[in-house]
Design a protein around this ligand. Sequence first.
Ligand SMILES: [Zn+2]
Length: 245
Amino acid sequence: MWDHDPILAVPRPVIVLADAYRRAGSTTRFSIFQNLTALISAVDVGWLTHGSGSGEMLHYLHPALLPLAVETRIDEVVILDDIVQAVVLGSGLAEGDGKDLAALERVRRASSSIVRDARFGRNVIAAYAGLCAMCGLDVGLVQGAHIYPASAPNSPDETWNGLALCPTHHVAFDRHLVGVLPYDGSIHYHDKLLSQRALSPAVRSLIDGTYQSLAVPTRPGLRPRRDMFDLRYAHFHGEYDWLSV
Ligand SMILES: [Zn+2]
């Protein structure tokens, strides 16, 4: 959709990606039917996935996000629309004519960190066979969590700096409510959780459903490294006083 469209008032162009392989060998015209609502909505949100009537997934995007779209395909990682839409909204890319250099630079940096996170998450989840390292939950709900956090200086995106965790254990880990002893992988709880155990059946079931120690990948080279926990506890100095590390 381009900015000289004679029918629609389009403030910014939108690129549509379709699967060329679906059309390989086709003897008819190479055409892709667009959903008008999706197109117009993509102008505002900057990044949108929409299933066509024939079941094909079409991707609508701001031209500045083309590198991100290409990288996600090369790496075969899946990124949820709302993650990229939040970047578009936060960068100001969807305002004005879309040629704001500062906004483009913000999008470029955010895009590379999105791909980096997605690649890390995919590798960690695969190493743990899709199971939470703290409770074994699967059904596709598991996420890759950094031990030495991604926001810290020189945090490696290696599988040995990651844990596959279900959303509950991920948040509990991020908020320092659950800790792991580096030398034996045993799992421990902050007093905030332990004090609620007798009062809250939900907290009791969370603690009772958690392993006593981490379930780690079978391949030694993929297992969480002890020094990553040491770096984590040093980085979050004061947050783990309750854990005797
Ligand atoms: Zn879990």
